[in-house]
Design a protein around this ligand. Structure first.
Ligand SMILES: C[S@@+](CC[C@H](N)C(=O)[O-])C[C@H]1O[C@@H](n2cnc3c(N)ncnc32)[C@H](O)[C@@H]1O
Length: 166
């Protein structure tokens, strides 16, 4: 799958994972909304959880929005596409280590690839980050279980088990 990022540019450039993805040719960055292709948009405000059912031959594009969490309100996700939230997963990046749902752009794209059963692509995408492998190890079980689900309602049922343990 192709990974695209709409780059808002309002976060600390030194910590920005989208810029690093671009530098290492792991994602295509767009500085204007007009250039963002139609795809599966990773949107934490979306009503439906991402599931393997969202992967189709006709839609092989993932889109994330890279901005600060302060400006990542619902209205910021105005790109065209199928909007999906990621289910319960914990961050491995140093800023939000161990925190559920608050993933970096790189972690979010890698998680979506895993749910779409593209583990090798996920490892490759995270390769430029020293904590990248930790993200996959930390979330190994939920990612495997989400990838085995048929649809969004099954993903939510699995997620509920993890939320009950929180
Ligand atoms: C708000 S930005 C913060 C990016 C951070 N500045 C960085 O350097 O990676 C993170 C993006 O990853 C995606 N994302 C993160 N957590 C998510 C979740 N729980 N569900 C869906 N998308 C998520 C969204 O596209 C979100 O806008």
């Amino acid at each position: 799958m192709e990974c695209h990022v709409y780059y808002e540019g309002d976060d600390d450039p030194k910590k920005c994972t989208a810029r690093r993805l671009e530098k290492f040719d792991r994602a295509i960055l767009h500085r204007s909304m007009g250039g963002v292709p139609y795809g599966v948009v990773l949107n934490p405000h979306a009503e439906q959880a991402l599931s393997p059912a969202d992967k189709t031959d006709a839609l092989d594009t993932l889109v994330a929005l890279d901005c600060s969490w302060e400006s990542a309100e619902e209205a910021a996700f105005s790109m065209n596409g199928i909007h999906r939230a990621l289910p319960f997963l914990v961050a491995a990046n140093p800023v939000n280590y161990g925190r559920p749902f608050r993933l970096t752009t790189a972690e979010a794209l890698a998680a979506a690839l895993c749910i779409f059963d593209e583990q090798e692509a996920a490892s490759d995408l995270l390769e430029p980050f020293r904590w990248g492998e930790t993200f996959l190890t930390l979330n190994e079980e939920p990612l495997r279980r989400y990838a085995e689900c048929a649809d969004s309602s099954e993903v939510v049922a699995v997620q509920d088990e993890y939320l009950a343990d929180e």
